[in-house]
Design a protein around this ligand. Structure first.
Ligand code: ADP
Ligand code: MG
Length: 253
């Protein structure tokens, strides 16, 4: 994908839950090489949109195209194979396993080995390659000092970075991050911020949902704002910050 082109195109995405339209005909584009921020009050539909893009939920109607291929209707695994990786709003990992083992799980997906099978009986040669890739990603994000520690023993800031390393191990071209800075202390946020700017400089495209305004405003190239399932504003951070609809959407949140 060429820089500045459309990497992800969400076209009229609609998701209806019983009694509620969580995502109401959203259209947006993520350009290759950018960090796009997705913000909006609680319940706006941000995580639902992430789930639609990554295939964990199915669209009621609409189309999602990634890297020139229609991915709506495919499974999360198939979408991952196209080069899309994500983290979740609530940390998902194996707390008693080491940082290394957790990141190796991300690399397995790339190696086309079932997660359980790969954990239990892995071919020696395969394991060596997966381990090497996991270590490469652990160094990339700066977690080499805690590589052998149980993931659950890490402070939250490092757990979030571990999740990013695991996503990177699948070799994505687009990374979806759902509130990665939530609950972090300021020094942890600064580390995360530095890492995300580094990944962008390395050419990765990032779509990020984030509640911390100071964090997201200085991080992203562009923003889209959702409220009650609808896209209410988009543009560069300065423009969005001054938009009356955005101010109103956040009143009482
Ligand atoms: P956000 O991430 O912006 O806070 P969500 O996407 O989590 O918002 O939720 C949007 C709306 O959809 C909320 O009203 C939420 O209660 C509802 N919702 C989310 N997931 C489901 C689900 N699986 N079933 C029914 N309603 C859901
Ligand atoms: Mg959410």
């Amino acid at each position: 994908p060429s820089a500045g082109g459309d990497l992800l195109v969400v076209d009229s995405a609609l998701k209806q839950f019983p009694g509620l339209v969580a995502v109401s005909s959203i259209s947006l584009k993520v350009r290759t090489g950018e960090i796009l921020g997705l913000i909006g009050p609680n319940g706006a539909g941000k995580s639902t949109l992430f789930n639609l893009i990554s295939g964990t939920l199915h669209l009621t109607s609409g189309t999602i195209t990634f890297d020139g291929q229609v991915i709506s209707g495919r499974t999360p695994r198939q979408i991952g194979d196209c080069g899309l990786a994500r983290t979740f709003q609530h940390v998902k990992m194996m707390p008693n396993r080491s940082v290394l083992e957790n990141v190796m799980l991300g690399a397995h997906r790339r190696a086309h080995v079932g997660v359980l099978a790969s954990c239990l009986h892995m071919e020696r040669r395969e394991e060596t390659a997966i381990r090497a890739e996991a270590i490469r990603q652990i160094r990339r994000v700066g977690l080499e000092d805690v590589m052998m520690q149980p993931a659950g023993s890490l402070p939250l800031g490092k757990q979030r970075i571990l999740e990013i390393a695991r996503a990177l191990a699948a070799d994505p071209i687009l990374l979806l991050l759902d509130e990665p800075a939530a609950g972090l202390r300021l020094p942890e946020k600064k580390l995360l911020y530095k890492l995300l700017r580094q990944l962008r400089a390395e050419g990765l495209t990032i779509l990020i949902v984030e509640h911390d305004m100071d964090f997201v405003m200085s991080l992203v190239d562009r923003l889209v704002v959702m409220s009650f399932g609808q896209l209410i504003c988009e543009g560069d951070p300065a423009k969005v910050q001054g938009d009356q609809r955005v101010v109103e959407a956040y009143l009482g949140d």
